[in-house]
Design a protein around this ligand. Structure first.
Ligand SMILES: CC(C)(COP(=O)(O)OP(=O)(O)OC[C@H]1O[C@@H](n2cnc3c(N)ncnc32)[C@H](O)[C@@H]1OP(=O)(O)O)[C@@H](O)C(=O)NCCC(=O)NCCS
Length: 162
């Protein structure tokens, strides 16, 4: 079931973010940067996001276990009117269709809110790049983004929602 995240979900969500980040980015980010991405780190950032309504965030849950999280926001940019900020599936549940399900759900959510063009940023060269392309993402933007003290090439995948 996909539902909106609530405050009580934060500990489970934070622990999932920490383990998925450490696995996904182990050959990308420096160890010193990654070791700070603890469950406590994500606990603090998610508390802020939820209290201050900074992102629209949904979870994929079964039997009270969280297996996936997606978040995004409405944008005030002339080319894109909405974006996906986070999409993370727990390590033992990747490749079972949950990510596709959440991505489709958010596209429908934005479509029903009148949005026309969605963007998702991903670090260039990661396995998720193929995931986004196969699901209709067009390579529309490039930029460098700083994580820790290093810069990384990013690709913006655009999705037409019309
Ligand atoms: C990328 C991700 C969101 C895809 O969700 P998913 O539920 O695993 O994927 P689905 O089962 O819906 O789709 C399967 C596809 O995802 C790909 N996939 C599976 N595991 C993956 C992984 N660890 N990383 C990237 N892609 C993965 C498969 O190759 C498969 O490709 P196919 O379409 O050729 O069959 C998810 O694997 C994940 O959280 N990866 C790690 C974190 C990440 O990269 N998040 C995106 C940050 S921008």
């Amino acid at each position: 079931m996909i539902r909106k995240i609530i405050y009580d979900d934060i500990p489970q969500a934070a622990s999932m973010f920490s383990s998925v980040w450490k696995s996904t980015y182990k050959d990308v980010f420096d160890e010193s940067f990654l070791e700070k991405r603890t469950a406590d780190f994500f606990q603090n950032s998610l508390e802020k996001v939820i209290k201050e309504h900074l992102e629209t965030m949904y979870i994929y849950e079964e039997d009270q276990n969280i297996y996936g999280i997606i978040s995004g926001n409405i944008l005030h940019n002339k080319n894109y009117d909405c974006e996906i900020i986070r999409l993370y599936i727990s390590l033992d549940s990747q490749g079972k269709g949950i990510g596709t399900n959440l991505l489709n759900y958010m596209q429908e959510y934005y479509r029903s809110n009148g949005c026309k063009e969605m963007i998702i940023w991903a670090i260039k060269g990661l396995r998720n790049n193929d995931f986004y392309k196969k699901r209709g993402g067009r390579e529309v933007e490039n930029m460098e983004k700083t994580f820790g003290d290093k810069q990384y090439p990013m690709i913006g995948y655009g999705y037409n929602l019309a």
